[in-house]
Ligand binder design. Structure first.
Ligand code: F6P
Length: 324
């Protein structure tokens, strides 16, 4: 059985990464394993930024946002020479296994390390929820709470001024955050990459809701990367409908904050499961939470899973929310 395990976080940080790290360290110590923290993701790994962790100090991180071991985006890891360097950093310290918390790019890195002899396990850590081998990823619930509470506030001001406000949320190319937030806030139009709307279609909705139905506000929620500039779309809507319209890009606020209870629960049971898998000598596996159960499968299989489809759901709820 392995004796030493390292942990790294990679890609965009996500609330719950810290509670996952804590769970891994605690569970490893419980099983008699030594734990090491890799500071700065795959870049830090390659540079040998690896420190033995304490089992006691770690408890304070259970409710903190971000990742206290830092993260990075490191495309250079695709180079086999860079990976050999990273492997050597682990081997030199007698570390046989690495647990990676991150999104799909981080999964690819872990798969490549697995093929050159480092035991790896992946935890889905991204606010985007775009790792289809898990119903939910670490970070998604907290980002969703942030978006929903922001949109509730935006609705207050939109109502007070009889305005339409277009809210752009993160998600990279996945519509999970927009779909869940749109349904949870009653947005009149929910847009994801599956149901992109033209500006004319938006104008039609705003005109009907505000000028015919005499509603006091309209909220449009869209996933990022669909429109170049929601502020210029807002201007166009305003000029055609005479309804005051604004754009609001929520931005990086969505990535921060105290992880919610569900986030802490999910990241803690996933972190513990990662150690159990390593103790069973598993490697090259990705952990997921599917239908209320922890599951694991080979990383490559996990990456092939089709993405969640939202077209019918968001179309239906947009229509329902447009009813007077
Ligand atoms: O993957 C998480 C995420 O926050 C995406 O939602 C977003 O598109 C991207 O990262 C932003 O990355 P960066 O902070 O590097 O600009």
């Amino acid at each position: 059985m392995i004796k030493k395990v390292a942990i790294l976080t990679s890609g965009g940080d996500a609330p719950g990464m810290n509670s996952a790290i804590r769970a891994i360290v605690k569970s490893a110590h419980w099983k008699g394993l030594e734990t090491f923290l890799v500071y700065g993701g795959y870049k830090g790994l390659t540079e040998g930024n690896i420190v033995k962790s304490s089992n006691i100090e770690i408890d304070r991180y259970i409710n903190q946002g971000g990742t206290f071991i830092y993260s990075s985006r490191f495309p250079e890891f695709i180079d086999p020479e860079v990976r050999e360097k990273a492997k050597k950093q682990l081997i030199d310290k007698g570390i046989e296994a690495l647990i990676v918390i991150g999104g799909d790019g981080s999964y690819h890195g872990a798969q490549l390390l697995h093929t050159i002899g480092i035991k790896t396990i992946c935890l889905p850590g991204t606010i985007d929820n775009d790792i289809s081998s898990s119903d939910y990823t670490i970070g998604f619930f907290t980002a969703l709470e942030t978006i929903v509470s922001s949109v509730d506030k935006i609705r207050d001001t939109a109502r007070s001024h009889h305005r339409c406000i277009i809210v752009e949320v993160m998600g990279r190319y996945a519509g999970d955050l927009a779909a869940h937030a749109g349904i949870a806030t009653g947005a009149e139009l929910i847009i994801t990459s599956e149901n992109k709307k033209t500006v004319d279609e938006m104008i039609e909705v705003v005109d009907y809701q505000m000028n015919k139905l005499k509603k006091d506000s309209v909220i449009i929620i869209t996933t990022e990367h669909i429109y170049d500039d929601i502020n210029s779309i807002a201007k166009e809507i305003e000029s055609k409908t005479k309804v005051e319209t604004r754009g609001s890009v929520l931005g990086h606020i969505q990535r921060g904050g105290t992880p919610t209870s569900m986030e802490r629960y999910l990241s803690t049971i996933m972190g513990n499961f990662a150690i159990e898998l390593l103790c069973e000598d598993k490697s090259g596996f990705a952990i997921g939470f599917v239908k209320n159960e922890l599951v694991s499968e080979p990383i490559l299989k996990a990456l092939e899973k089709p993405k969640q489809k939202y077209f019918d759901t968001v179309e239906k709820f947009s229509k329902i929310n447009q009813e007077n």
